[in-house]
Every structure is written in C-alpha cells, then in structure tokens.
Write a protein that binds this ligand. Structure first.
Ligand code: SF4
Length: 286
C-alpha cells in the first residue's frame, strides 16, 4: 500500500495567511479590489484570487490611481509608497507581516541613531526583492544590499558596519558572511550584526529536512518565483536526491514515483494547502 503524506509544516506562513484573509474579506464586500504586487509568490493562487476580483498593480499603475483602497502585501513597502498613497488619497489596507514591520522599525531606528557616524548599514538579501526594497527605504536608500560574498569587496572595513538579513534568507549563508566580515574588519567593535531571519521560515529548514529524509521520494510544490521555495527545495535535495520540484499537479511525472511506497509532498511558505492536496490526488491517480 502506497503512503502519500503532505508535510504538516509546509504551506502558507501566518504573514501570508493574514494577507490573503484581508483580500478575501475585501472581496466579499466588493467585486474588485487592488493589491500592490503579487499577493503571494504563487501564480496559481494569484489566479484564483484574480478570478474573484483581485487586481494586481505595479507601483507605476498605483501612481495613476486616486481615491480608492490598495492592499500592501506581507513583504511591506518603503516609506515612499505610503507617501504616494497619501498624496493620491488612497486608503492603505496594510497587510505587512508583523515580523517584517518590526524589522523595518529596527533598521530605521539604527539608521536614525547612527547616520551621523556614517555607518555602513548592510542588508543580506536579494536586490530588488519587495521586502528588501521596503527595508532599504527605511535608510533613505543608503543601505548596501549584499547578495553574495563578492559583494563584501564594496565595503570599507575601517568603518563601522551594521548588518541585518532579509527574513527569508538561509541562516548558514548569513553566518558565513558574518564570519568573513569578522575576519576582515579592522577592529571587532566596529561590526554589529542582527539575525533577523524569520523564525517561521527558519524553523522550516530543519523540519523539511527531517520530512524529506524520512520519505522515499519528495514532490516539492512551489512557484519558481518564490525565493524561500528555492531555498527549501535545495534543503530537500541535500537530504533526499529523489526530490522533484513542481508548480502543480500537471508537472508530476509517473517515472518519479515508480516503485516508491512512501511519498512526501511539501512546499514553500507561499504554497497553498489546496494545491498540495491536488498534487496528492494526482499522485494517487498515477
Ligand atoms: S516568512 Fe515570516 S516574515 Fe515572511 S511573511 Fe511569512 S511569517 Fe512573515
């Protein structure tokens, strides 16, 4: 008898659940509603909400709107977007995740307190990612985004450095950068770092590795655009080479599950539970 199990820790984190709940509440009150950027990095979920009336805006499109309501998603926005909303008399339905909001406040406080010292404020994250844009915006766009170790060459190791992380980065990669800075900084007291990786996300790494290592085969469900999806899939592959990435049931190949009796299904923090259920049904049919 084949066992097909969905990982109980996979799927939307509370930040995304909260944002989607706000959208669904609004769509019950009216036929259409605006969200700035994709509500979640999952095309299929975005499509489901679009069919209910959700309209996704770019920043340029929002600049053309007046006297309406717009939801800011869990990733958060820089102060300039709030200013734009105010100028255009747009009501902000703010679904910024509390974890991200707290990080924005910490970065802003350090920036305000120490800007006269000309500190180098670093954010380990993906340049251009919505959350990172929101964080950089707290520093009047002066923060330096570090994507990889080569980016450290831009720094002046004779001056103070304060480092934060985007909430969905790998702790191991962050700590590797911390050690590299510690090795290069001229005086240890010049360097300060804050581990600001989200616990909801950080806890998923060990949990998903445990899940992947206890199944014969892993079907990982995520949108290719999701950065935490990429990181979590990599973690599955590390412990179980029979791990396969799919965006939905249509991508599942029969050959992957042939002879496998204990199949695990898991996904990113942006993967809807209903999509993992559909993948489970497809595997059962195969
Ligand atoms: S991963 Fe963490 S910080 Fe990001 S939206 Fe989810 S709960 Fe919030």
């Amino acid at each position: 008898m084949r066992n097909i199990e969905i990982d109980q820790f996979s799927g939307f984190c509370f930040g995304v659940v909260n944002a989607i709940r706000k959208v669904e509440d609004k769509l019950q009150e009216s036929d259409s509603f605006y969200c700035l950027g994709d509500i979640v990095h999952n095309t299929i979920e975005v499509e489901r909400l679009r069919n209910k009336g959700l309209k996704t805006l770019t920043h340029e499109e929002m600049a053309q709107l007046h006297n309406t309501s717009v939801l800011f998603r869990a990733h958060g926005e820089p102060p300039s977007t709030y200013e734009l909303a105010k100028q255009n008399h747009i009501e902000v339905i703010d679904a910024t995740c509390p974890v991200v909001l707290n990080l924005q406040k910490r970065i802003k406080r350090i920036y305000e307190e120490r800007k006269d010292e000309q500190i180098q404020l670093l954010i380990f994250g993906k340049s251009g990612h919505a959350e990172v844009n929101g964080l950089v915006g707290q520093t009047n766009n002066t923060a330096i985004v570090i994507e990889k170790k080569e980016d450290l060459d831009k720094l002046d190791f004779g001056k103070a450095i304060v480092m934060f992380s985007q909430t969905t980065k790998s702790k191991a990669a962050y700590m590797e950068l911390v050690e590299m800075i510690q090795a290069r900084i001229e005086r240890p007291e010049l360097f300060e770092y804050h581990n600001t990786i989200c616990q909801q996300f950080g806890n998923r790494m060990p949990k998903i590795k445990e899940f992947a290592s206890t199944h014969d085969c892993i079907i990982f469900v995520s949108d290719a655009k999701s950065s935490n999806g990429k990181a979590l899939f990599k973690a599955c592959e590390e412990v179980n080479p029979a791990s396969h990435f799919v965006s939905g049931p249509q991508d599942v190949e029969a050959a992957w599950i042939e002879g496998k009796n204990n199949i695990g299904i898991c996904g990113a923090t942006s993967t809807p539970a209903w999509l993992m259920e559909q993948v489970k049904d497809k595997i059962a049919q195969l």
